[in-house]
Design a protein around this ligand. Sequence first.
Ligand code: BTN
Length: 248
Amino acid sequence: MLPIFAYTSIDSTNIKAKELASTGAANGTMVIADYQTQGRGRLGKDWLSSAGRGLYCSIIVRPKILIDAYPQITLVAGVALAQYFEQLINRKIQLKWPNDIFIGGRKCAGILTESALPAAREERYAVIGIGININHKLTDFPQELRSKVTSLYLQKEMLFDIATIGQEVRDTVLEQLSLYEKNGLKHIIGQWKERDFLKGKKTQWVSSQRKLIVGTALGIDDKGLLYVEDEQGAIHEVLSGDVQLAEK
Ligand code: BTN
């Protein structure tokens, strides 16, 4: 049995998982909490962590991959979650690069992967933090988010057992990761491209030079990098930042 550290309340499951990983916790160890006081998303955003509504968990992984490949872990976890949700609620899932899970154009889950990559290979790890809107009603979200988010409950009109989903999510993520370690990224990229939310859409993001780039998302390449063609026809690799649908 792989270890699970379960908390009623915690600052952030990612913070706890990083502590455990840095003191040697095994591949597959999971931290799960009913409620987070400092739930975090990508780019320093807050992650709403209402008690008893969502899954807030972090899975420690120690894949045998090169350091350069660590950013791909988020894509692998995204495909695992998409396949899992598709069989759970029988709806088509979309993936918004690099870490969002969408249903019907609204965000249902997000992934925050944090890695420690020292020279000693056996000390390396990633923590895959996963937040899923499970039993949320629309009124559980702040007013300004209500047009942008969804939950499994809102999609299926039934309540789900959060602990069971936690166990199944860990199993499915670990299974996809071990397939990826064995077979490489090719299959994952194929699965990811089938669900690409942004491809062909008009998008905008702020580049590392703080310039607003508006253009059409071209989709991801074989390494999982996203490209956008701007209105002058120049092609940009999106290195970081938050890619959004363009406002007009
Ligand atoms: C995102 O969409 O930006 C990523 C959200 C990740 C949220 C999860 S909830 C469990 C884990 N602990 C955190 O503090 N964040 C992740």
